[in-house]
Write a protein that binds this ligand. Structure first.
Ligand SMILES: C[S@@+](CC[C@H](N)C(=O)[O-])C[C@H]1O[C@@H](n2cnc3c(N)ncnc32)[C@H](O)[C@@H]1O
Length: 276
């Protein structure tokens, strides 16, 4: 994946609608819910950092099967989760019901949030909004629906570490549309400043590490090749049959277990911004 954050994007020539439609199909492929368990520690850390308190109105953008929304619901927040994959939204609703939690899940696009201005005390996203192709619009939408003094809190991939290497491995087989800012732009100080700086009174980020537990490195690779839409699409484009080995190398590089299982270190960026 290209992590150059300073490339200028010719917005006039980008067909964001078509790119969004293709990405939506990709995320609907496989079953992201089987991967979502890896994001729970990041969602917990994010809700702590955003200091979500009972009764606050919280929006989880690109919520998948509800990972962060359900953390907020456990804190008695009034939560809405939005994602453009209907099957994940349906799963999020079933998870809330199974846990006896109250949360509202809706199908929708992060680039066009169906909410009034200043409707939320906090807007959160875990490895979610970063994937929207029109980054300026997605950032503007989060700023718009967050009330003045409210928080925008993000957990996302950074160019270095497991995430950067993992996405780069997939992108070798399935390159992103040319000219698009990479999701990793949200994982840099300059990128965050460009996207959220003017709408916020403070913006602070720190690197954290979340551990991913698997039965083995092979199990991790198999899980992603069968459940993670972007990896499935990359494997379909893999004419040399080498994606599996590439992914194995990435997981092995960050595996700290020595007993045959895998405990993979994922260093990510946790950001909290306060709306102006
Ligand atoms: C890596 S998953 C993370 C899901 C969830 N936040 C979690 O932590 O479990 C990325 C999610 O972003 C969603 N997504 C990507 N682009 C989106 C967009 N433009 N609008 C809504 N959802 C989007 C995908 O459908 C997918 O569920």
């Amino acid at each position: 994946m290209n992590d150059n954050t300073s490339t200028s994007v010719d917005y006039g020539s980008m067909d964001f609608e078509a790119i969004t439609a293709r990405q939506q199909e990709t995320w609907a492929t496989g079953d992201f819910h089987q991967i979502a368990r890896l994001n729970v520690p990041m969602a917990e850390a994010l809700c702590d950092a955003a200091e979500l308190h009972a009764g606050e109105r919280v929006l989880d953008v690109a919520c998948g099967s509800g990972t962060a929304a359900l953390v907020a619901a456990r804190r008695y927040c009034e939560v809405i989760g939005i994602d453009y994959v209907p099957a994940l939204i349906e799963r999020a609703g079933r998870r809330a019901a199974a846990d006896g939690l109250e949360a509202d899940f809706r199908v929708g696009d992060a680039q066009e949030l169906p909410f009034a201005d200043a409707s939320f005390d906090a807007v959160v996203s875990v490895y979610g909004v970063q994937f929207a192709p029109d980054q300026e619009r997605a950032a503007a939408e989060m700023l718009r629906v967050c009330r003045p003094g409210g928080r925008i809190a993000l957990a996302g991939p950074i160019p270095e570490g497991w995430s950067g290497d993992f996405f780069a491995a997939n992108a070798r087989y399935m390159p992103p549309p040319s000219g698009l800012h990479p999701p990793l732009r949200w994982g840099t100080g300059d990128g965050l400043q460009a996207l959220l700086g003017t709408g916020t009174v403070s913006l602070s980020s720190e690197k954290r590490t979340a551990l991913q537990y698997y039965r083995s490195v092979d199990h991790a690779v198999e899980l992603f090749l069968t459940c993670f839409g972007p990896a499935i699409r990359a494997s379909e484009a893999d004419t040399k049959n080498s994606l599996r080995d590439d992914l194995k190398a990435v997981f092995s590089r960050y595996n700290r277990a020595t007993d045959g299982t895998a405990v993979v270190e994922n260093t990510y960026l946790l950001t909290v911004a306060v709306r102006a």
